[in-house]
Write a protein that binds this ligand. Structure first.
Ligand code: SF4
Length: 363
């Protein structure tokens, strides 16, 4: 069972086999200008992505949906979602972002005001500073608690799901509060509501998520088919991206400051974290020069692949030099620190303006 509220799964192959997620490599060649996250295998899995490749090829309308449960600081791993939203926005997709304040309350006890504040001032400010254009007409941001279409749809969808189904998908036990048991239906409604007549009617919807969110995707697809006759819902598509390894070697997490580089860290703190990160290097310098390092077990190399180096050739060169022992971890850390500094300077220079724009949203 996958737990969307606390999972740390990393066995991607097992996951695809067990839950029927298809490899993204099956569809990547059908995309004209795939993103780096796609070509580098960071987006590793998909459900029904053919609908999206068709929409892209034929210039057909589709929507991209994401949700955020504001509960902590935004770290560099979260940037992956923004990068995907940006890519879909560039392809002409409508972008829907739900602030899951009702879920934050039910699952974490965070009240609406705090959720709203965190969402706007921590997440959305960074989304804007990272380049998402929230001023376009095709960008839609809302609080779950203030979206009656979503809330009403969630209630209706609830008619065709039983408690035993919710328990088998999510593992709720007798101590689960009823509001929490209800929140997956709100997420399902988040994903399906762009297909309501008011929002332009049935259309393909892509939901880019981490694999821990697959229970929501499966429930959504099941309910979309059950309500197809009444609403014409098309089963939404999904992609699944890898989680970033934390700087300490475990999953990067907002609640573990040493594992994560927060987007609001000072440059000094961020580069200090890079310098003390766990790498795939050998015990001694001598050994590393003789035997080479392990780039595939290295949080610094991952940082370069996910966020800091665009040029595939340059990455390959670093990888080969690591494997042959030609470079050592100090070289890579220096390179990552410099690139991260550039990225942070860019984000910081845009944050003030982003703050102003964010305050104009959710009026
Ligand atoms: Fe990682 Fe670079 Fe060290 Fe290789 S040399 S293990 S890529 S930090």
């Amino acid at each position: 069972m996958i737990d969307p509220w606390g999972s740390s799964i990393i066995d991607y192959e097992k996951l695809t086999e067990q839950f029927g997620i298809r490899p993204f490599s099956e569809v990547v060649d059908d995309i004209d200008n795939p993103s780096k996250l796609m070509t580098r295998g960071i987006i590793f899995g998909q459900r029904d992505y053919k609908q999206i490749t068709n929409a892209l090829k034929n210039n057909k309308e589709f929507a991209t949906m994401t949700g955020m449960m504001p509960s902590g600081r935004m770290h560099i791993g979260h940037k992956m979602v923004v990068d995907q939203l940006k890519w879909y926005q560039e392809q002409g997709s409508d972008i829907y972002v739900s602030i899951a304040d009702m879920e934050a309350y039910a699952a974490r006890g965070i009240n609406k005001e705090k959720a709203r504040d965190l969402a706007l001032n921590e997440y959305i400010v960074n989304y804007i500073a990272l380049g998402l254009d929230v001023t376009r007409d095709n960008f839609h941001l809302y609080l779950q608690s203030e979206n009656d279409d979503v809330k009403n749809l969630a209630y209706i969808l609830g008619k065709k799901v039983t408690f035993s189904q919710m328990r088998s998908i999510y593992g709720f036990d007798n101590s689960a509060n009823v509001a929490h048991i209800y929140t997956p239906l709100l997420q399902v409604a988040d994903i399906l509501h762009p297909q309501l007549e008011k929002y332009g009617g049935p259309k393909p919807v892509i939901v880019p998520v981490g694999p821990d969110q697959d229970p929501h995707i499966r429930l959504t697809r099941d309910l979309a088919s059950k309500f197809n006759e009444e609403y014409g819902f098309i089963e939404p598509s999904a992609t699944f991206h890898r989680f970033m390894t934390g700087l300490t070697g475990e999953k990067m997490s907002s609640s573990k400051p040493k594992s994560a580089i927060y987007l609001t860290d000072t440059i000094k703190d961020a580069t200090k974290k890079v310098k003390s990160a766990k790498t795939g290097g050998r015990e001694s310098l001598k050994e590393q020069k003789e035997l080479g390092g392990h780039p595939d077990q290295c949080s610094i190399y991952e940082l370069l692949v996910y966020h800091l180096i665009d040029d595939d050739k340059k990455l390959e060169e670093i990888r080969n030099k690591c494997l042959s022992g030609e470079i050592v971890c100090g070289n890579c850390k220096q390179c990552a620190s410099e690139l991260l500094t550039d990225m942070f300077e860019d984000i910081n220079s845009k944050r003030e303006e982003a703050q102003k724009i964010a305050q104009t949203l959710l009026k």
